[in-house]
Write a protein that binds this ligand. Structure first.
Ligand SMILES: [Zn+2]
Length: 154
């Protein structure tokens, strides 16, 4: 399928490519960075397992990818003390986890297309302020050695 051209109506689309999972917000705290103080992340390497987008509370969170790509499927909608409200989407052979949401707008089993809204930025779980933490993993379930830098993955 040919890729759409720049969408003048949506500055988050560049040639149909979603340029940020939080439209208008650039990535902040980077994948692989070492937090200070340490022990913020429960993995042996003590490295950041995703990338943060410091969006304001309530900002939309959208699916990554390029418009026209095959949809992903929502595999989990969960709450836990670390990730807060999070949505996992299986897409392009990877699992994408959108974390700390204040609101979730999708359900397990639902197909989601790039640029489709998944929920809202929040500060649920173990956070110091509202932001999106996005993880990309090769496996269907999370494993540290399988995580990738989500700013390079689409
Ligand atoms: Zn993070």
């Amino acid at each position: 399928m040919p890729k759409p051209l720049w969408d003048d109506d949506d500055p988050n689309l560049d040639g149909g490519r979603v340029v940020s999972p939080v439209p208008g917000v650039r990535p902040g705290f980077a994948f692989g960075a070492k937090p200070n103080p340490p022990n913020r992340y429960k993995n042996p390497q003590n490295r950041h397992t995703g990338t943060d987008w410091p969006g304001r509370e309530g900002a939309p969170v959208v699916m990554v990818g390029t418009v026209g790509d095959a949809p992903g499927v929502v595999t989990h909608v969960t709450y836990d003390a670390d990730y807060g409200n999070s949505v996992r989407v299986r897409w392009e052979g990877h699992t994408w986890r959108f974390c700390h949401l204040s609101r979730v707008d999708v359900n397990v089993g639902q197909q989601v297309r790039p640029n489709e809204q998944l929920g809202l930025v929040g500060s649920t779980g173990h956070v110091f302020g509202p932001h999106l933490h996005l993880e990309q993993s090769r496996t269907a379930t999370w494993a540290y050695n399988d995580v990738l830098d989500p700013t390079k993955g689409w």
